[in-house]
Design a protein around this ligand. Structure first.
Ligand code: GDP
Ligand code: IMO
Ligand code: MG
Length: 437
């Protein structure tokens, strides 16, 4: 029997992970973030009330669910505090059930300044980052010069490390990007003033997770971004700076890979992407606009419009291969309700050669000519449907076609943004087939 479930986005992010994690957290004891930072925007709707989470795990709405931020997350203290404050203002208890790894690398103001300066410098070759300092913070981690949360509890250590890091980054900012230097005292004073507030939540998360598991408790691992934004396997260089694949749930939280039982892939019933980079099934016509309008496809972090396109089975096959996806959750099915015809990409021609799966080296993806299958629309509402057999026949046909193209079972279907607008066919925690009547 599987005790732990890893939830990952299989596309370019914003697949609806937050909604599904919030729903599944009702059956878990703990929820763990293991990569990314506040570039993530995970939206929950509970009885029509909207909450957007960036760093705090999507289990926070349940007072009895312990939430963990693992070492793989790059952490902006300023944004963490803002998020805690926002939740507490909405009467959601946070601090008593949030644990943060001592060894999370910090995002500091110079990371944000470099992220923005670099994007500006790149001009029309820019990545379209969220401007949150994610890339520069991960660079510092890999370069072994990152400051980590534990450093803020020792003012002398923090002082020395910050001076050294700032020396280097201010050189780059002023001499390479010709922008303004970042002030040491402002960062130092700000961080020192909030460190007592942070300290009670910080600990040895990998040990705590191990103890948790010894008690037989169930963990839900919350991926951020999506497989196509993975630093190694995504559409490089138009990617984020962390791995977003399931394997990183282990090293990003300090648990054994043996305890990652079940991998649930979240996949929108069509495709979206924010920022620059190849997108083979992108629609530049009225259908793209219709998906964006009905799907309310506006970025939950930066407010940028999301690019929209048809479902990409060839990219999904790559995501399944990379992650060993056990089952899929198809989200936003209801957004397709008014389309007369729906298209499903099963492969592409790239420079005259057919690929039934997105190639590992995606640098020629701009040239990809998708091959589509046409599926008749259902022209009926699927909004809030909670039972597979109550879905219109053509919606069932579409889902069956996705399943056979990708050769992976569909365990869940989402038919609206609210927590309860969910069809569950198989419980990812216990593998019990449900709701088939
Ligand atoms: P995440 O980053 O993967 O958590 O996804 P986001 O929260 O950034 O974006 C998904 C958007 O779709 C949010 O606005 C959700 O409220 C919304 N959403 C999630 N599932 C559904 C669904 O089944 N139907 C509709 N219409 N909206 C959904
Ligand atoms: P969630 O968890 C969608 C994209 C950015 C940009 C690229 C690099 O909500 O699915 P970064 O700031 O990470 O260096 O930007 O990655 N990106 C996301 N797109 N959803 C996200 O997170 C994203 N996080 C980063 O738009 O193209
Ligand atoms: Mg999002």
């Amino acid at each position: 029997m599987n005790k732990n479930v890893v939830v990952i986005g299989t596309q370019w992010g914003d697949e609806g992970k937050g909604k599904i994690i919030d729903w599944l957290a009702g059956f878990a004891d703990g929820v763990v973030r293991f990569q990314g930072g506040h570039n993530a925007g995970h939206t929950l709707f509970i009885n029509s009330k909207k909450t957007v989470l960036r760093l705090i795990p999507s289990g926070i709405m349940y007072p009895n669910v312990q939430c963990f931020i693992g070492n793989g997350v790059v952490l902006s203290i300023e944004n963490l505090l803002k998020e805690i404050q926002e939740l507490e203002n909405a009467d959601i208890e946070v601090r008593s059930h949030l644990r943060i790894s001592k060894i999370c690398p910090l995002i500091l103001p110079y990371h944000v300044a470099i992220d923005k300066a670099r994007e500006q410098y790149k001009g029309n070759k820019k990545i379209g980052t969220t401007g949150r300092g994610i890339g520069p913070a991960y660079e510092d981690k890999i370069a072994r010069r990152a400051l980590r949360i534990q450093d803020i509890f020792n003012p002398n250590v923090f002082n020395d490390k910050l001076r050294e890091a700032l020396d280097y980054h201010n050189f780059v900012l002023t001499k390479y990007f010709f922008s303004k230097p970042i002030d040491f005292n402002e960062i130092f004073d700000n961080v020192m003033s909030v460190s007592p507030f942070i300290m009670p939540m910080v600990g040895d998360v990998s040990k705590e997770l191990s103890d948790f598991q010894k008690l037989g408790k169930r963990l839900l691992f919350e991926g951020a971004q999506g497989v196509m934004l993975d630093i190694d396997h995504g559409t490089y260089p138009y990617v984020t700076s962390s791995n977003c694949t399931a394997g990183i749930a282990s090293s990003g939280s300090g648990v054994s890979p043996k305890s990652l039982g079940y991998i649930l892939g979240i996949t929108k019933a069509y495709t979206t992407r924010v920022g620059a980079g190849p997108f083979p099934t992108e629609l530049m016509d009225e259908n793209g606009l219709k998906l964006a309008t009905i799907g309310k496809e506006i970025g939950s972090v930066t407010g940028r419009p999301r690019r929209c396109g048809w479902f990409d089975g060839a990219a999904l096959k790559r995501a399944i291969l990379l992650n060993g996806i056990s089952g899929l959750c198809i989200t936003k099915l209801d957004v397709l309700d008014t389309f007369e015809e729906i298209r499903l990409c099963v492969g592409y021609y790239i420079n005259g050669q057919y690929h039934d799966m997105l190639p590992c080296d995606s640098q020629y993806l701009e040239e990809a000519k998708p091959v589509f299958e046409n599926i008749p629309g259902w022209l009926k509402s699927t909004k809030s449907v909670k039972n597979f057999n109550k879905l219109p026949t053509n919606a069932q046909v579409y889902l069956e076609r996705i399943k056979s193209v990708c050769d992976v079972p569909i365990d869940m279907i989402s038919t609206g943004p609210d927590r309860n607008e969910t069809i569950i066919l198989s419980d990812p925690f216990d593998q019990i087939k449900l709701n088939l009547q």
